[in-house]
Ligand binder design. Structure first.
Ligand code: ATP
Length: 936
């Protein structure tokens, strides 16, 4: 009979983050009657789960998926459309407007109340649609960020979304994986799992497969189980899934929201602050209008209504929608350029990045490795030219070592081509061996692997132990037989463990001269930009031992592997330099390899390359100095990355850092923007990142930085546009009664009626403003330094500009109104209303760039704006020429009157263009002054 128990909760676990989360549909995973998986043998576990050690078949897996639901932690339920509509409806602004409508009703102005209600509905709809678009965009990103797992289905290893796992599935685990579900281990090779997320214990735990026989050991002691949310730091394993989704230990204790976070970003917070500042201004202005109106003898009830409308007019209602949409659409634009955003704040932080720290292999280079040179026993053999056969015994030994100590796979397909899968460094060795006539399958069959020490970036080497039987020894010198460990890795890390060198016939004792020769051969290959691997072996007594020492080695030879730089990266680095963004290369490779590639790509190497060993010898001040003045760090381990990021951040830099391995996670978390690799990156690194590169390409980081800048620019444009427009309306509202009051004329009708103000806001902030959020990149967006992180929205003269442009808008509309009134025209109010609308249409055109002329920008580059301008013009004309006129309480306008309103807008555009021309010529002068100073 099975031992049974209730689920335990993990020590050190945090309280649920979303306590209000509903329990969700019942899952059929039994918890009360199931066996204690850790207490019984693998066969019992597998049969208890009605599975096999080779997993489930597809139909059964689907059946279980339908029954149990997806393997997901249910985060706080996504907001329903109704809820988001309710939130729009209960926004303060809308409540104020509804208050105004109610007030109108009380005052007996039913028509006006209805009109305000219509406008409210339009605002709410606009906000709702925008929010819905943004949410859809973010949900799409979330779906793309979902991790995948290797699982056995129908006896074959396939890749599936982690959410498709079911109980009884057999999953393959390897270093770098996040454990996707709770599972009982079937077999392990040096498997270590870090379970801090569950137990708080940050040291990785060794895992094994034997039954524990203890009823309820603490979670951390269940060494034959792995749990969802923990991380495989080393080794490999196979495990059968015992619990998925909310029934996992993680699901029980923490209802974590995973993936893309949607908390407000710092920029959103700052824009919120802008909104609040303007709200205060709105209240003050509303009070002023009330006072002035009261002095002028207006009825208090009417004034109250006007005051409310003024307050509403001053507050940029469009702001929250524009921010959310701009960020979400920005994230989508980044995705099109291969940067998948996992955390929304990254969208804006990218715009202020000042340093990009990048790996070399695969990010700056193509990760298309090919073995070019074999250096054995002092002889050099080119591998990229036809190889003279038969191979020398030393060359054969090196290639055999390269095939056996290798996790890649290669096979000859139907067309006779040799195709490979696995780590490119390793598959390069398989291709070389195949080209030299070695039958990889036969060799591996004859020399089965009986133990291994997997590769890790700190040791920079890996070993595999083989039982060399008769067939295998036929390919090897007679001296190498029995249980043998083959080791491959960074040459330096092998040489220091070497006691002898294979001289072509037999091992000879290593001498200083040999060491020197090996090191020189390595440096020569590295100086050509090659990645260099050393190969060695040792015989061991204890067959199958996983914990043999990687020492007493016999050095066999070195392989130089070419990995060409990505062609687009050179330009991307030049762009970064122009954009005031430093590029720093941090690589595990040899310093000479690093230098050769850096020189090729234009990363500065003057002052030399800093190695990990040199770095270790530095104190904090030394690290700061090195990090400030050097741009290439080689032979470093992931721990160095953390120190480099911290030092850069202490110096006030905004750092993007790439990483792919398990040990890179701390540096990725520390960096302002942690960038994981989509293709070669481990789950753990992706989990720790803010952004994932779908093509592992450095150029995609630079593209994302550019998009980040564009988004920031566009939000500032919107703020400038909206604030200037609102200042214009304030000037009209306050300025209008002044001359009448000063002249002692008594009652002066208010400048614009509440409904007219609301209409204008809908046209401008609501429609025109949105189109500024999709403005394409300004020319030269990557020719200027990054903006300071956390800089005020008003920085760079934006506040000043908003004030003078607002002054012009208000002054022009007011001037037109006063002139018409003075000449006895009845339609002075309609003139102010219409001129304000056209002034803002032309203001939008002039605000598209802070420096570029509209002619240079062209009208086709922002089709959304052109379309929305069309809509606004049509609506505006409809307001004057159709029955809408009565609704808005407007008077007719003649063609001349209309011409005056449009003319005012054109004049404003001319002023804005003249100002930009002046800014451009000032910048040109400054540049030529600097040029002259340099020339002198
Ligand atoms: P980069 O930062 O440039 O992307 P990296 O830090 O990822 O490189 P690693 O993959 O850690 O570099 O490699 C560091 C060194 O380890 C290499 O120079 C090489 O000598 C050795 N090495 C790399 N891959 C393997 C492998 N599969 N087996 C054995 N040794 C390897």
């Amino acid at each position: 009979m099975f031992l049974t128990a209730s689920k335990s909760s993990a020590p050190g676990a945090s309280a649920p983050e979303f306590p209000e989360d509903p329990p969700g549909p019942p899952l059929s995973n039994p918890t009360a009657s199931e066996p204690l998986w850790h207490a019984v043998g693998v066969d019992v576990v597998v049969s208890g789960l009605h599975s096999t050690v080779t997993g489930l078949d597809t139909a059964e897996a689907q059946r279980r998926l339908d029954e149990d639901g997806p393997n997901e932690l249910r985060a706080a339920r996504r907001r329903s459309s109704l809820r988001s509509l309710w939130e729009q409806l209960t926004a303060v602004m809308v409540l104020i407007l509804l208050g105004a409508a109610a007030l109108s009703l009380v005052l007996g102005k039913a028509f006006e109340a209805g009109a305000i209600a219509v406008i409210v509905v339009l605002f709410v709809l606009l906000g709702f649609i925008q929010e819905h678009r943004a949410e859809r965009a973010i949900a799409a990103l979330q779906a793309m960020a979902e991790p995948t797992v290797q699982v056995l289905r129908d006896g074959l290893e396939v890749t599936r979304a982690s959410s498709e796992l079911v109980r009884g599935d057999v999953v393959m685990l390897q270093a770098g994986n996040m454990v996707p579900a709770d599972a009982r281990l079937i077999d392990t090779v040096g498997l270590r799992v870090e379970e801090a997320a569950l137990t708080g214990e940050s040291d990785p735990i060794f895992k094994q497969t034997a039954a524990l026989g203890v009823a309820e050991p603490p979670l951390g002691d269940r060494t034959n189980m792995v749990y969802a949310g923990t991380q495989v730091t080393q080794g490999r394993g196979r495990a059968v899934v015992t619990a998925t989704g909310m029934t996992t230990e993680l699901g029980q204790i923490a209802r974590m929201l995973q993936g893309v976070t949607t908390a407000p970003t710092p920029l959103q917070d700052r824009l919120d602050a802008v909104g609040k500042q303007l709200a205060v201004v709105g209240v003050v202005v509303a009070a002023l209008v009330m006072i002035m109106g009261a002095l002028g003898g207006e009825p208090v009830a009417d004034l109250l209504l006007t005051a409310i409308s003024v307050a509403v007019a001053v507050i940029p209602e469009g702001l929250p929608a524009v921010v959310t949409v701009t960020l979400a659409i920005g994230a989508q634009r980044m995705l099109r350029r291969n940067a998948l955003i996992r955390k929304l704040p990254a969208v804006e932080t990218l715009g202020s990045v000042t340093v990009i720290c990048t790996d070399k292999t695969g990010t700056l280079t193509q990760n298309r490795m090919s073995a070019a040179v074999l250096d054995v026993a002092g002889q050099t053999q080119r591998l990229d030219e036809p190889i003279a056969l038969p191979l020398s015994s030393a060359a054969a030994l090196a290639l055999v070592a390269g095939v056996l100590c290798n996790d890649g796979n290669g096979r000859v397909d139907h067309g006779g081509d040799f195709s490979t899968t696995g780590d490119p460094t390793e598959t390069a060795l398989l291709v070389a061996a195949h080209t030299a006539g070695i039958d990889i399958d036969a060799l591996r069959g004859a020399a089965p692997r009986v133990g291994e020490l997997p590769f890790d970036a700190d040791r920079k080497r890996m070993s595999t132990v083989h039982d060399l039987g008769g067939a295998a020894t036929a390919m090897l010198p007679a001296a190498i037989a029995g249980c043998t460990a083959f080791v491959k890795g960074a040459v330096g890390s092998l040489v220091e463990r070497t006691v002898s060198v294979w001289d072509g016939e037999a091992p000879v004792a290593v001498t200083a001269e040999w060491c020197d020769r090996i090191t020189r051969a390595e440096s020569a290959l590295a100086a050509d930009g090659m990645r260099v691997l050393g190969l060695a072996y040792r015989t061991i007594d204890d067959a199958g031992a996983d914990d043999f020492a990687e020492d007493q080695l016999t050095f066999v030879g070195l392989v130089g592997i070419i990995d060409p730089p990505r062609p687009e990266v050179r330009d991307a680095i030049a762009t970064c330099t122009r954009a005031g963004v430093r590029t720093v290369m941090i690589t595990g490779d040899h310093p000479s390899t690093a230098k050769a590639i850096a020189d090729d790509l234009g990363i500065p190497t003057d002052g030399g390359v800093v190695t990990g060993a040199e770095f270790d010898a530095l104190d904090d001040a030394g690290v700061d100095h090195a990090v400030r003045h050097r741009s290439v760090f080689a032979r470093v381990s992931p721990e160095h990355k953390l120190r480099i990021v911290k030092s850069l951040e202490n110096q006030g830099q905004v750092v993007a850092m790439t990483g792919d391995g398990v040990n890179d996670a701390p540096a990725l978390k520390q960096a302002d923007i942690g960038v994981a690799m989509g293709i070669t990156g481990t789950d753990v690194s992706k989990d720790a990142s803010d952004m994932v590169l779908r093509d592992d390409n450095f150029a995609s980081i630079v593209a994302a930085v550019e998009e980040g800048r564009v988004i920031y620019d566009n939000l500032r444009r919107f703020v400038k546009f909206a604030v200037a427009g609102n200042i214009g309306k304030i000037i009209v509202m306050i300025g209008w009664p002044l001359p009448f009051l000063l002249a002692g004329d008594g009652a002066a009708a208010v400048a614009l009626l509440p409904l007219q103000l609301l209409w204008l806001n809908l046209m401008t902030d609501g429609l025109l403003g949105l189109s500024l959020g999709v403005e394409p990149p300004e020319r030269g967006v990557m020719d200027r330094p990054p903006h300071a992180p956390g800089a005020s929205m008003w920085a760079g003269g934006l506040g000043r500009q908003a004030v003078w442009i607002g002054g012009l808008i208000g002054g022009a509309a007011l001037g037109i109104g006063l002139t018409y009134e003075a000449r006895g025209h009845e339609n002075w109010q309609t003139m102010m209303f219409t001129s304000l609308a056209f002034l803002q249409v032309f203001q939008a055109l002039g605000t598209r760039s802070a420096t570029e002329s509209l002619r240079t920008l062209g009208f086709r580059t922002n089709p959304v704006m052109m379309a929305l301008i069309g809509v606004v013009v049509v609506l505006q004309l409809a307001a004057i020429m159709t029955p809408l006129r009565g609704f808005l309480d407007l008077d007719p306008l003649s063609a001349f009157d209309l011409g005056v309103c449009v003319g005012a807008g054109v004049a404003l555009l001319a002023v804005l263009e003249a100002h930009k021309a002046w800014v451009r010529s000032r910048a040109r002068h400054e540049r030529s002054d600097v040029g002259m100073m340099v020339a002198r």
